[in-house]
Design a protein around this ligand. Structure first.
Ligand code: SAH
Length: 355
């Protein structure tokens, strides 16, 4: 096949995905492996049209509160893994968390995302107290949790306490690849089971993966896409892998903007109504990374509401952006950035249309 034939083949697959919202495994592999800049442009045009059809030019914002960086896990890529002795550990109190929410509410946030390492100090009882505290004070807001793998029972208690949404990236579908990114105590199958549990309980569920994580193949990405089609989540978070200097993957190459935005475009066509953030990791590896993400079909951004004193401590990867900005400052700069590309930030809970 000539390069031109290949490009036509990829473009035809992109059109097929747009029309049918599905591809076979071999087609996913081709559409990813054989991509060209022109095919990517075509993809982004379609992805933007689909996104605008469902969500207009609005961008939903989520206030991210990184409330603990203690973690019992030892994921090889993550800067807050338990074996990193240089991570300065912290936990926010319920009072601190509520004050982040108050500040966020005043800025226009109607979704709070509580993210943290897997920190045993936050028992069901403590976490439920925090969730119900936020629920009582902000009845019109969505509460999203992102605190890793817990039992069905624990997820259910948190749901009953008022949490609406849960983010748990599957990281990679393939068991063997999963095993190269995580210690033996963690498994892809358990992580997936958690996602099915969350769904069954009634959460709006978000999953996702890193792009360009060490040892990732095109086949792995194809399997990730098939898994997304199967799970049919309300949200999908993907971002480039960014090395952290204090981890076993310190010297591994990071993911690229190019492949990350291409995957964003494909996800928008696969799940037209999904909530798709242009992530902080994408904004970290390129100055205009988040803009590129929006222009590839993303419709969510997640500015940081964590108190300034702890920002520098929640470092999953190196060079993370906005660690020195007040929440208001980052929001303002984001507003301008989004307006510059013809989009605007919306003040609303920003629920998925896919529920
Ligand atoms: N403990 C929670 C939150 C994890 S942090 C959980 O288990 O879900 C949120 C996400 O950050 C992870 O799911 C992972 O995909 C991403 N992440 C961690 N380290 C990263 C790195 N070095 N580069 C890019 N993304 C990373």
């Amino acid at each position: 096949m000539t390069p031109n034939d290949r490009e036509q083949k990829v473009t035809a697959l992109i059109d097929k995905l747009c029309l049918t919202q599905q591809l076979k495994r071999s087609e996913w592999i081709t559409v990813i492996r054989e991509r060209t800049p022109a095919a990517a442009e075509h993809l982004f045009e379609l992805a933007r049209a689909v996104r605008i059809h469902h969500y207009g030019h609005g961008i939903y914002i989520r206030g991210l509160i990184e409330f603990t960086n203690y973690c019992k896990n030892d994921c090889y890529y993550c800067g807050i893994r338990k074996s990193n002795p240089n991570a300065q550990r912290y936990r926010l109190s319920e009072e601190d968390i509520l004050s982040c929410c108050e500040q966020g509410y005043d800025l226009g946030f109607r979704t709070f995302v509580l993210q943290g390492g897997e920190d045993g100090w936050f028992t069901d009882e403590r976490l439920c107290d925090i969730v119900s505290g936020i629920r009582a004070q902000f009845p019109g807001c969505a509460i999203t949790l992102s605190v890793g793998e817990r039992s069905y029972d624990s997820y259910k208690k948190l749901y009953d306490a008022g949490a609406d949404r849960y983010l748990l990236r599957h990281e990679t579908y393939d068991e063997r690849h999963y095993g190269r990114l995580h210690p033996p105590a963690l498994s892809a199958s358990h992580r997936k089971q958690c996602l099915w549990d969350l769904k069954k309980i009634g959460y709006q569920v978000g999953t996702g993966f890193m792009v360009g994580s060490p040892y990732q193949t095109v086949e792995n990405l194809a399997d990730d896409m098939l898994f997304l089609a199967h799970l049919d989540p309300q949200m999908v978070g993907i971002g480039p892998f960014v090395p952290h200097h204090d981890t076993p993957f310190a010297d591994m190459p990071g993911g690229t903007v190019e492949l990350t935005v291409y995957m964003l475009g494909l996800i928008r066509l696969l799940l037209p109504r999904v909530l798709l953030p242009a992530t902080t990791a994408l904004g970290t590896i390129a100055e205009d990374g988040r803009e590129k993400g929006i222009l590839a079909g993303a419709n969510v951004v997640m500015p940081n509401l964590s108190p300034l004193q702890v920002r520098e401590k929640y470092l999953l990867y190196d060079n993370k952006i906005c660690t020195g900005d007040e929440a208001a400052e980052s929001l303002n700069s984001l507003k301008k950035r989004m307006e510059n590309i013809g989009y605007h930030i919306e003040v609303s809970r920003g629920d998925s249309l896919n529920i």
